[in-house]
Write a protein that binds this ligand. Structure first.
Ligand code: TMP
Length: 211
């Protein structure tokens, strides 16, 4: 659970980091946070699934449990999101913090929709229910050829072990979603050296009207 600092710093902003497996989101997230903090901004780094005690338990079932029906998987991601938004993300934003979230609602649209074949429009509605209508101000898509990304992660969890064509649908899904809402999404080539990926991410955040 997030407790806002007593000294409120203005500039709340909700930034999500999305992308296929092995795109290096979590390393980049930590480096972006470090730079923004060095500039005096208050930053919360968090992720889905897996924030808080309930999130950690859900993450374990989702990523390291046995096989799950697509709908069971969906509802677990949504349950994790509902807890996360209510207990962590909204309080942080209210406290004027920049929230950097590693995966969020777009991962559900893309993995459970484009990947698993569940109805994408229905998933958007269920996401809105889980988040109470909260949407990211900015979404950074770290795009990478799934064959390269999967070689990096080496089947670390249940979703990584899905076949290549599942991950190709996921990549296509992310790129397609980015074209639907170009004001919110920025596509970043995750195949560049890490330093360039971080620099471009910071530029995109700093250029945004909410910054
Ligand atoms: P990661 O955070 O280590 O990338 O692992 C999370 C995995 O869960 C990743 O394979 C993407 C997947 N995922 C979904 O399928 N749906 C979702 O809504 C979210 C948040 C993640």
């Amino acid at each position: 659970m997030y407790q806002p600092a007593s000294r409120v710093i203005c500039g709340q902003m909700f930034v999500t980091l999305e992308g296929p497996e092995g795109a290096g989101k979590s390393t980049v997230q930590a480096l972006i946070a470090e730079r923004l903090r060095a500039d005096g901004r208050e930053v919360l780094t968090t992720r889905e699934p897996g924030s808080g005690d309930i999130g950690a338990a859900v993450r374990d079932v989702l990523l390291h449990g046995g096989s799950l029906e697509p709908l069971t998987e969906l509802f677990l991601f949504l349950a994790d999101r509902a807890e996360h938004v209510a207990k962590t993300i909204r309080p942080a934003l209210k406290g004027g913090v920049i929230v950097l979230c590693d995966r969020h609602a777009d991962s559900t649209v893309v993995y459970q929709g484009y990947g698993r074949g569940l109805d994408v429009e229905r998933l958007r509605e269920l996401n809105a229910l889980a988040t109470g209508g909260l949407k990211p101000d900015l979404t950074l898509l770290f795009d990478l050829d799934p064959a390269i990304g999967l070689a990096r992660v080496r089947g670390a969890d249940r979703l990584d072990r899905e076949p290549l064509d599942f991950h190709e649908r996921v990549r296509h899904g992310f790129l397609n979603e980015a074209t639907r809402e170009p004001d919110r999404w920025r596509v970043i080539d995750a195949g560049q050296p890490k330093e360039s990926v971080v620099a471009q991410s910071i530029r995109e955040i700093a250029a945004h009207r909410s910054f």
